[in-house]
Structures are given as C-alpha cells and as structure tokens.
Design a protein around this ligand. Structure first.
Ligand code: FMN
Length: 490
C-alpha cells in the first residue's frame, strides 16, 4: 500500500479522521489504515461515512492506484500499460513549467509507471511537494541531508532504484551543474550518482536557451549520454517573449520515456532515414502565400514510428501545427526550394520517405512588399513556375538512398498516377492515397484527418491496406521499410 500522508488529505477528511481517531484512541494514520482495511473487506459499517472513506482512499492512494477491489481499474484498465512496472525518478527543477510536471506524473502513472519525485528548493517556489506527493502517491524527496526524515532512502538508492531519471523542467542552472559535475543538493547529487539513463526536458527563456553557456552545457551533457526532449518554440510565460525554450508537452515527454525504456528489438538501429512532412508555403508577397491542406500528421507519425524502430530519423517539416516527434531531429522549412536544400544536405541516407505535400509551383514574381489593392487596377497576375521535384531528384541522385518511398495524394486514377510516379521518379515504393472529398476515409477525409487508407505500389504489384489510423499506417510502413532494408548492409 502507498505510504499514508495525512497532510495530503483535504480538511473535511482530516476532521473526520481526527474525530474517529480520538474516539478509538489511536493515531490518524492508524485510523486511516483501519478504514482502508474495512472498506477493502466490505465491512465499513457506518453507511453514511462510506462516501468519505472512498474519498479518503482515493486521496491516500492517489490517481494511479485503485481505491478498492470494487473500483479497481475501472478507468485504469482502459489505459494501456506501456510503462507497466517501470520506475521513474522525476527531478523537478525551479522553472515556471514545473506545473506541467504534475500532469507528467499523472500521465506516467496512467501508463503503469511508479513515479518518485525529487524537487529542488527552487522548484518548491513553483509547485508544492504536497501536489507532487498526492499525484505520485509517494513521499517527495527534497533534502540531501535529512537524518530525521523517516522516508530518507539516501541519494545513492534514490538514483539506482529507478529505471530512468527524468528532469522536467531542466533549468539552465541544473544543466550547468550537471555539465560541470556539481553535486551540492539532492537533485544534482542523484543525477551525478546514477547508473541509469537520464532524460532532460529543458525549459527556459529563449535568451537563456540560446546563451553560449547553455549551448555548451547541452553539448557536454549530450556527449555524456544524456538524452533531451524539446524544448519547443512558442510563447513564453513571460509576456511579449517567444522563441525556443518552452518545455516539451507532457505527452511528448512520455513518448520519449517510452522510447528510452522500450526493450523491443530495434531493426533500424544504425540506419539514417530522411522523412519529409507537411505542406510547403510559397510566398506571393511578405504576408500572403500559396499552401495546401496537408497537416503533417501522417509524415510526423511515420518519422516517430521509424525512430521507435531505432532509426536515426531526420525530419524535414513544412509549417504545421503539431509538435516535433520525440526522438527525431527536425528541420523546419517553409518553401519547396528550402525543403530540397534541407533534404540534399541530409544525403547520404539509408532510406528516404517523402510524405510532404510539396507545392508543384511557386510564384515567379513574389513581391518584396505587400501587394496593395488599387481601385480600378484589378487583381495582380500571378505568374507560376515549377518547383524542383524533390522525390525525382533523390530518386535519380548520385547518393540515392537504398530505399526511396514516395507518397501520391490523388483525387482521380489513383493507381494509374501512382504507377506512373513510381517509374518516372525512380522510387521503390509509392504509398498512394485517395485525398478526394468522396474518399469516405474518416469523418474529415485524409488531408488534415486522423485516418488513412493507402495502397502500396511497387514494381512487383499493389498491396491494399484497410482504412486505419495514421499512427497505424505509420507503424506498418515502418515495419515494411525495416523488412526492405534488412537485405542491405548497414
Ligand atoms: C519567476 C521565475 C521563473 C523562472 N523560470 C525559469 C525557467 O523557466 N527556466 C530556468 O532555467 N530558470 C528559471 N528561473 C530561474 C531559476 O529558478 C533559478 O536559476 C534557480 O536557481 C534554479 O534552481 P534549480 O536549478 O536548483 O531548480 C526562474 C526564476 C523565477 C524567479
């Protein structure tokens, strides 16, 4: 049973416990234990108090543990135990993003992990040990020297009795300490003493993140084998601040943790794979552009699925509204020409998967200033020219990857167009999907939606896959790529 921390309970329950404990002449902890035992054995007796007992159980055992056999797992069972039995030591450092780490604890426990929390003293300025303790259903460790703490297990045990150490948020300060081998509080000592893998999710002001000192520290930590997730670009908590420095979202951190703890075989280990994803934006003037409806969901899912199989994935992404996949190195571009340059710079590679919906044309005469609407002049004439064909370029490149996969998004003659593309562009496989409004795939169609229905066109024939989620298409395609690459030497 989880340890009982009376101060984690809400006041009403504390009063009830105090009253019953006084009546029975025992401590509040002992009273709570009696109530738990009674509830579990179905002899709670006082009907009017059962509700409160259940509340007590929930508060005592936390969200990840069943309150009683009757309620055991009713909601938990539906959550996949992807981290079942894994022990995570979560170090929370002193940044504004510390509040997100409370959600991270919940997400990890939902997936079956047990979470022990270490908080720096700065972290306690942002979130309380009470919240972290209630969510982790465990004692929260804060002190390096605490002979009076009955829960003290010592920094060595803390650092070793875990499968993975996660630092979220990782402050500039804690990164600097670890990069330089400092160990002057519990968090830094545990991180230095561990023999386990460490994952850091940095979060800080963009200026702090781009400071040469932080960049140096990050490079040192990476060289020391520490893995990173994020930070992402976006708005900062401080007003009028934006840039790179936002902590990765809890679910991205969970994905990175799952990948690090995944003991399944990695058939793509040592393989470098380029993936393109999303639309391209072709400027008309500084404020207007030509785009398409690609969301990047399929390409990003494929990049993530390949990374899960151990590939070193380089994703080149057009402008999308989804997060960079965990465990993947992402380059952000806007135009087709930029995408081509990014892809060319990533060659050679073992495989390349071209999922991006690259604009076929761009404006030849993009204006340097915003085009003004002038009465009586009519709309501007847009002169279009062809964009470089990235797939064909790589398909016929001197450093052509061993496996080249293209996507064909078509609204008519799906197979005819896909087969022609396979031959013309020098691809090994074309993943053909019907992106017409009448495709009947998912509630919102393929482009922008979450589902897909594809055919895999190769020189030897066509394989039709049933409609499924884009993640599942990605998993199957990654397995197919691994199978195809098996025959080639790393
Ligand atoms: C309001 C406020 C917000 C802060 N946010 C961050 C942050 O997001 N990232 C960071 O690296 N430091 C941040 N700091 C600075 C750290 O709290 C400070 O460097 C502290 O010493 C970190 O201690 P720790 O690394 O032991 O947790 C913030 C400070 C304040 C006062």
């Amino acid at each position: 049973m989880a340890s009982i921390t009376i101060r984690n309970l809400d006041d009403g329950i504390k009063d009830l416990l105090r009253q019953l404990a006084a009546e029975n002449g025992c401590s509040m902890e002992e009273q709570a234990r009696v109530m738990i035992r009674a509830a579990v054995e179905g002899r709670a007796g006082q009907a009017d108090r059962i509700d409160q007992i259940e509340k007590t159980l929930r508060a005592l055992t936390g969200p990840g543990q069943p309150a009683s056999p009757a309620s055991a797992g009713s909601s938990q069972r539906s959550i996949r135990g992807t981290l079942s039995g894994k022990r995570i030591l979560l170090v929370i450092a002193g940044g504004i993003a510390a509040y997100k780490s409370l959600d991270l604890i919940r997400r990890l426990r939902e997936r079956g992990a047990s979470v022990r929390v270490v908080m720096t003293s700065a972290a306690q300025e942002f979130v309380t040990t009470l919240s972290a303790g209630a969510l982790s259903a465990d004692h929260v460790f804060t002190e390096l020297f605490d002979r009076n703490d009955e829960h003290d297990v010592g920094h060595i045990r803390l650092s070793r009795e875990a499968d993975l150490l996660v630092v979220a948020p990782a402050t500039a300060d804690l990164m600097a300490k670890l990069a330089n081998g400092h160990a002057n509080d519990l968090a830094s000592t545990v991180l230095l003493a561990t023999d386990k893998k460490v994952l850091m999710a940095p979060a800080m002001n963009p200026k702090m993140w781009s400071h040469p000192a932080t960049r140096r520290n990050r490079a040192t930590l990476q060289k020391d084998g520490i893995a990173f997730v994020g930070p992402a670009k976006g708005e900062m908590a401080e007003s009028n601040e934006a840039g790179e420095g936002r902590m990765a979202e809890p679910l991205e951190i969970v994905a990175a943790i799952e990948a690090m703890l995944d003991e399944k075989p990695k058939p793509l280990a040592g393989r470098r794979i380029i993936v393109t994803s999303g639309p391209t934006h072709e400027p008309i003037d500084p404020v207007r552009y030509i785009a398409n409806r690609s969301s990047g969901k399929q390409g990003h899912a494929i990049a993530a699925a390949l990374a899960k199989l151990g590939a070193d994935v380089r994703l080149v992404s057009g402008p999308v509204n989804i997060a960079d996949p965990a465990g993947v190195k992402t380059t952000h571009i806007e135009t087709a020409a930029e995408m081509k340059d990014a892809v060319d710079s990533l060659l050679p590679a073992d495989a390349a998967v071209f999922v991006a919906a690259v604009a076929d044309w761009r404006t030849a005469n993009a204006a340097g200033e915003k085009i003004k609407k002038v009465a009586g002049k009519g709309p501007p004439a847009l002169q279009m020219i062809e964009n470089p064909d990235i797939l064909a370029g790589v398909g016929h490149h001197a450093h052509r990857p061993g496996l080249v996969v293209g996507f064909a998004a078509e609204t008519q003659d799906l197979l005819g167009n896909a087969e022609a593309k396979l031959r013309k562009k020098g691809a090994d496989l074309i993943v053909a999907n019907d992106v017409s409004h009448g495709s009947g795939v998912g509630p919102s169609g393929v482009m922008g939606g979450d589902r897909n229905k594809v055919r895999i066109v190769s020189r030897t024939g066509v394989e039709e896959w049933p409609e499924m989620g884009k993640d599942e298409v990605a998993t199957r395609l990654a397995a197919l790529i691994a199978e195809r690459l098996k025959a080639t030497v790393v």
